[in-house]
Ligand binder design. Structure first.
Ligand code: 4AD
Ligand code: MG
Length: 425
């Protein structure tokens, strides 16, 4: 559809579907979509072969068809052009389509998500998603991080045992991966700088606006990387993604009525608060949290609402974060970790840290968490053979999409969301 404007006066073919149809005697007004856009078409009885006009009169919303027509400029039409049709080949006449162009409730739309994907709002969101993913991968490739994918079937927990999905692996217990990080630690010692991009699974038992059970994550990991290197990389990555979306998807952002000025102000450096400073703010704002507990959505909301840019919260207590986080040498009860909270109330989009590189300390942590040591034998090997300080992070695709598109709920950020109460369609 993009190229129609360059074909004024010429005859073109569109392979598509009926988005909407209106008839007025000897003229049909069709909105036709081909997956890339929508074009307005005029089918008049006197310009079409008689059979074609008769069969076109039976068209319904979402019927498939192939049309030929001449492109004419029309400033009032969507896309600035209209087609005067000279032929219509009807494919399948669609049954009465459940999603009309009027408003529907969310529960109904979710049940029909496989059809809902055809609407222009979902097109805008999922095109932005594709641009975000491409930006993530281009950024890592340009920074010489090697793409090395991590397995999905795993014998061990990466992010705590409470959100594991179990699978029966030929009679042995196995789980769907919560994160590729532990394997990235092996590949970054092998290759220096690596990343994986793939799905992660979390058996989240609560139903919120921000949690999926199947999500996609970008996870870079780099040998000899420090806490500071890790934060800089995140800042640059987030700014690059925002810049790419603004450059390539402005029209989609506008169609979602996204306030673009809010995205234009996303520039480095990002503000930082330590966990302890964040607790003081929460106390003052009437949402006190005992030291050692991780934030919930209301806490993240209060903190991020104070800034126009993403906010780093750093130095989380060891007791509320994953077992592999490196303690701060100045203050071992806190870790060299950071969460990046998106502005406008979207909460955590990135979690990352330096990793423990001492064999003895990592063995101790595995014991404290009562993890079966034999399953982590290979992971401990990374500390036995050429251990170095290293760091990395995980960035959630859907939380990023929700923020950049300003969505009310994460369910629209992925083609077919998986949530506590949804695995259909
Ligand atoms: O903070 P998380 O749990 O970090 C890890 O998994 C690390 N192992 C990553 C790493 O260092 N390589 O998850 C990382 C990000 C979160 O910040 C969030 O954006 C997203 O993944 N995420 C979720 N998104 C949607 N639904 C969920 N249930 C999510 N859980 C995590
Ligand atoms: Mg986290």
């Amino acid at each position: 559809m993009e190229s129609l404007k360059q074909n004024l006066g010429l005859e073109v073919e569109i392979d598509g579907w009926v988005y909407n149809i209106r008839s007025s005697g000897a003229i049909l007004f069709l909105l036709i979509r081909d997956g890339t856009g929508i074009v307005q078409c005029i089918a008049s009885k006197k310009e079409l072969p008689p059979d074609a006009f008769l069969s076109a009169k039976k068209l319904t919303q979402e019927s498939s068809l192939i049309v030929r027509g001449r492109v004419r400029e029309d400033a009032r039409a969507p896309g600035g052009v209209e087609l005067d049709l000279c032929d219509i080949q009807v494919g399948q006449i669609a049954e009465e389509y459940p999603i009309s162009l009027k408003e529907h409730g969310v529960a109904f739309l979710m049940e029909n998500r496989h059809l809902w994907l055809r609407s222009s709002r979902q097109h805008a969101i999922l095109r932005i998603r594709a641009t975000i993913i491409k930006a993530m991968r281009d950024f890592m490739d340009d920074r010489s991080f090697l793409l090395v994918d991590s397995p999905i079937l795993t014998p061990a927990a990466a992010e705590g045992t409470s959100t594991l999905f179990s699978v029966d692996y030929f009679g042995q217990p196995a789980y769907l991966s919560q994160s590729g990080q532990l394997y990235n630690e092996a590949t970054c010692i092998a290759f220096g700088k690596t990343y994986c991009f793939g799905p992660a699974f979390r058996a989240e038992k609560s139903s919120t606006r921000r949690h999926l059970t199947e999500l996609w994550m970008l996870e870079p990991e780099a040998a000899y990387f420090t806490f500071e290197d890790n934060l800089r990389l995140q800042e640059d990555l987030v700014c690059f993604i925002v810049e790419q979306v603004l450059e390539k998807r402005k029209r989609e952002l506008e169609s979602l009525e996204r306030d673009i000025t809010k995205l234009e102000s996303i520039q480095p450096p990002f503000p930082r608060l330590t966990y302890d400073q964040a607790l003081e703010i929460l106390q003052a704002e009437g949402q006190p949290l005992p030291w050692g507990e991780d934030f919930g959505a209301p806490h993240e909301q209060i903190l991020s609402a104070r800034y126009q840019k993403p906010l780093f919260v750093t130095h989380f207590p060891a007791c509320c974060k994953a077992f592999y986080m490196q303690p701060d040498p100045q203050r071992p009860e806190v870790t060299l970790s950071a969460d990046l909270l998106a502005p406008e109330g979207y909460g955590e989009i990135i979690g990352g840290s330096e990793r423990i590189h001492s064999l003895a300390l990592l063995e101790k942590r595995i014991q404290e968490h009562e993890y079966p040591p034999e399953i982590y034998h290979w992971y401990l090997d990374l500390r036995r053979y050429g251990s170095v300080p290293h760091a990395g992070f995980g960035m959630g695709v859907e939380r990023t999409v929700a923020w950049l598109c300003h969505l009310e709920h994460i369910r629209e950020s992925i083609p077919l969301p998986r949530m506590l109460e949804r695995i259909y369609p």
